[in-house]
Ligand binder design. Sequence first.
Ligand SMILES: [Fe+2]
Length: 153
Amino acid sequence: MFRQYDRGPWHARRLEKGKLALRICHALTVHAKIEQEIFYPAVSAVLDGEVDDLLGRANVEHSGIEALISKVEDTPADDPLFDPMIEVLAAYVARHVRAEEEQLFPRVRHSRLDLLGTGERLAARKMELSTARGGKQLFRQARKVMGRKKSLG
Ligand SMILES: [Fe+2]
């Protein structure tokens, strides 16, 4: 999605890029939530605290990502700082994903963790969060980021 954001011929159009940015933010929020609620506690329990330093760092990275997401959700897409915020967000996420893939996942792969069961719980919670209606809060974010005059469809 970040690549799509960079490439879009509509790059300068507030409505389109605001929509995509909010989709990115929502996907990242869901990612952080399901890992923190389900994956990290399961990993910590199975590895008996062995990777708690990695999980601590991952949690701090999630907090940084969430703080930036809040700013994006509070900024009009035609603000001069909007694109730089998305670029920095992409860099944070790339760094976080690299750390998970290179350091955390190899430890998990060779552990007693029930990968299938945990994967199913993650997928179920992800589905629940992705389809949950955000109601007024989502509408307020959309109005702020994309402006209020145009249709938000
Ligand atoms: Fe993560």
